[in-house]
Ligand binder design. Structure first.
Ligand SMILES: *[C@@H]1O[C@H](CO)[C@@H](O)[C@H](O)[C@H]1NC(C)=O
Ligand SMILES: *[C@@H]1O[C@H](CO)[C@@H](O)[C@H](O)[C@H]1NC(C)=O
Ligand SMILES: *[C@@H]1O[C@H](CO)[C@@H](O)[C@H](O)[C@H]1NC(C)=O
Length: 501
């Protein structure tokens, strides 16, 4: 079939004038006359006009002169439906209109009264029609119920207008890096199938080549812009038409539209719920450090519900290897929920420690140092005390003590801030363990110290003792502020990245 086509279109071009061209000029007896064209019906006239003896629909309109055939295209788009992102395609319903001039069909001379010949599919099988294809099509078909929606009209000067209503599913290679804040460019690529660019040139109509229906409803996207391009594709590289060896450049048309994803759905169904879940995981900081059951339940249930939420979301996406904006969000939220769980594990471990911790100052640096590396901190303290043996006997009470000790104390609830001053370094090894009773006693002492503390001004080398429970509560309290702050900070960075880059 391919070879036949080659023969039909090539031979006439090289030898046409001597063989086939000669034949058509021959006064063939059976060739029907075109005289008094006005007296015939449209179909009778057309069958005479396009009779095999004078019209070969396999040959280009300009096969005699060798000129380039210009095919002007325009489209009217009824419907665009971008598919779910994981399909990487979209559906288009459109009316494609092609316009070219076929001098062989000019009938003004024979039938001056006739203004137009209009036909449907039957006419299509009688005249030359450029074969275009959509290079990025997944599937396409002519639309129409009884017969296909094709319309052809021929003007007296031989100008042919060919319209067809089509539906096509076209590939669109989306870049989902910024999903769901992405903007996609999808296009329809029309290309000449048979004739190379030196024979057939495709062009968009000068004005309004593509018009869109005013009732274009894009559910998940908004149409930001659209434009058309004309180009030439390298046939010898891209494909193997015409046996591979004889192809040149092919004329191509492109219609591109830019779609912005509507984020409303993702905000309501993903981002806001996940913010709430992350916030829910912070409730754990208000629970007591040894309340393992509620804190673990809270941590794992927030984690599970977040992963369920995110996986339902991830199912709609293709499995691309790069990281998408939604995945950064997922990772960060998982990180936050996970670290809330880890914070519990940490705080709970400290809570169960027995040794009272000695602190140089009640601030995060010393507390974290002494909890993370208790031995090192203790050694450091010993060293320091040895180097400065004249420690004053001052007493000071931190504010933390007042808060925690006023809480109703259950048996497991022992938050103390015991403040001791060390008369000498020799005393040190004895203050490692304290029984519950001792702690209670020291707690009472502290109540006294709260009133006495102001009498004696605290000196430089005042060491503070905190029970592990106090430290656990202290960490929880800091987390109540730190976690929300970090999350707000992350949100600021994330949303500026998403909207400004
Ligand atoms: C396509 O046309 C648009 C606008 O007409 C233009 O901005 C763009 O650069 C063109 N693209 C190509 C590949 O020619
Ligand atoms: C095809 O087009 C390219 C440029 O787009 C040009 O360099 C090349 O010579 C053309 N090939 C033919 C066979 O016309
Ligand atoms: C285009 O095709 C015609 C015949 O179909 C051929 O004669 C011509 O050399 C081709 N042009 C190029 C640039 O390949």
């Amino acid at each position: 079939m391919m070879n036949l086509n080659i023969l039909f279109c090539v031979i006439p071009l090289f030898f046409g004038k001597s063989t086939l061209g000669q034949k058509s000029k021959d006064p063939l007896l059976e060739c029907p006359s075109l005289e008094k064209g006005d007296t015939y019906t449209q179909s009778e006239f057309l069958s005479r006009l396009a009779h095999e003896c004078r019209y070969d629909r396999l040959l280009l309109p300009t096969y005699q002169t060798g000129d380039v055939v210009f095919v002007h295209a325009s489209a009217y788009v009824y419907f665009i439906q971008p598919a779910e992102a994981h399909d990487l395609n979209f559906k288009l319903h459109f009316l494609l209109q092609l316009r070219w001039t076929d001098p062989r069909l000019a009938y003004a001379l024979y039938s001056p009264e006739r203004t137009k010949i209009i036909g449907e599919s039957d006419l299509r099988s009688r005249v030359w029609i450029p074969h275009l294809y959509m290079s990025n099509e997944q599937s396409s078909s002519l639309m129409g119920t009884d017969s296909k929606d094709v319309l052809i009209s021929i003007a007296p000067d031989g100008e042919v207008l060919f319209s067809r209503r089509m539906q096509a599913v076209l590939y669109c290679w989306m870049n989902l890096q910024k999903f769901p804040f992405d903007v996609q460019k999808c296009s329809m690529n029309l290309e000449s199938w048979k004739y190379n660019a030196s024979i057939l040139r495709l062009m968009w109509e000068k004005d309004n080549p593509v018009r869109l229906s005013s009732e274009l409803h894009l559910t998940e996207y908004s149409l930001l812009d659209y434009w058309t391009n004309e180009s030439v594709v390298r046939g010898d590289i891209v494909n193997m038409r015409l046996g591979g060896g004889r192809s040149g450049n092919y004329s191509a048309l492109k219609f591109t539209f830019k779609l912005g994803r509507e984020v409303g759905y993702y905000l309501m169904d993903y981002f806001i719920p996940s913010m709430m879940i992350v916030a829910m995981s912070w409730v754990t900081f208000w629970l007591q450090a040894d309340a393992s059951a509620p804190r673990i339940t809270l941590g794992t249930s927030t984690m599970l519900s977040f992963i369920t939420l995110a996986s339902s979301q991830a199912k709609t996406l293709p499995k691309v290897s790069y990281i998408k904006a939604s995945e950064i969000w997922f990772l960060a939220c998982t990180g936050f929920i996970f670290s809330a769980l880890v914070e519990f594990a940490f705080v709970n471990t400290i809570w169960r420690r027995k040794k009272v911790v000695n602190l140089k100052k009640v601030n995060s640096k010393y507390i974290l140092k002494s909890t993370l590396t208790p031995r090192l901190a203790r050694k450091e303290m010993q060293k320091e005390l040895q180097s400065s043996p004249q420690l004053s006997k001052s007493r000071s009470c931190s504010s933390l003590n007042q808060e925690t000790s006023s809480d109703p104390a259950g048996p497991g609830f022992n938050n103390y801030l015991t403040v001791h001053s060390f008369p000498s370094a020799l005393n040190l090894p004895t203050i490692t363990t304290q029984s519950y009773d001792e702690l209670v006693r020291s707690d009472r002492r502290n109540h006294n110290c709260a009133s006495e503390g102001s009498d004696e001004p605290p000196k430089n080398h005042t060491w503070t003792q905190m029970t592990p429970q106090e430290i656990a509560t202290w960490i929880d309290k800091r987390s109540r502020v730190l976690f929300p702050l970090l999350f707000v900070f992350f949100n600021i960075i994330y949303w500026t990245f998403v909207y400004c880059l």
